[in-house]
Design a protein around this ligand. Sequence first.
Ligand code: ADE
Length: 255
Amino acid sequence: MRFDVFTLFPEIFESPLQVSILKRAQEMGRLEVVLHNIRDYATDKHHVTDDTPYGGGGGMVMKPEPIFAAVESVLGEALGEVPVILLTPQGRLFTQDVARELARHERIALICGRYEGVDERVRQHLATDEISIGDYVLTGGELPALVIIDAVTRLLPGVLGDPGALIEDSHTWGLLEYPHYTRPAVFRGWAVPEVLRSGHHAEIARWRRQQALRRTWERRPDLLAKAALSEEDRAFLQTLGWNAGDELVNEWENE
Ligand code: ADE
């Protein structure tokens, strides 16, 4: 999978791409990240990439010409086939489902905005999608681009040493993950739950499922509305005080 990243600060990407799984994915040939400095596509003498906003007000706006020039020249013939994603707090929310959707593409272009924003014509006539990584405002789209590259790369076949890790992930089944323990069996008097040391696989699987359900109910009850729940799951959740449909009621109340 290839990411073309358009940014004014390519150096932000250097160290995250040089360690651990992202590094290995590149060495394996599963991941290619090509950084393009938008400034290189500004044609004026000083390579200006921003300007004051029409209508006044504070801050600067990223000019459209260098961004269009960069994306058009890099994508060339592929323009129209490759998703061109603008990172913006106004975009659709990035979730594990969106990561899975993006992982199906061979190539993706990411445009990192800076300053107060990007000229609206980039959004209207160049970007094919807009993504936000959460309801908060960062100084630019570079960290969101890295978040997306990271979340998508670990879904690519062969990238994780243990593919089972993907199946058990928080959010894969719409639930938070169960707790993990490793040696020692007792640390500072805190013991690992007995069931995990029992070697009884069916019991362990049941305990983990119940822990995942309990955690999700306690921390993110909103997720239960969309999770795939069995009859047994529902019965267990009801012992905790959950009623199907509760989340919807809460959502309405919050509006
Ligand atoms: N740029 C600034 N904040 C952002 C966010 N939350 N998501 C994506 N891009 C951003």
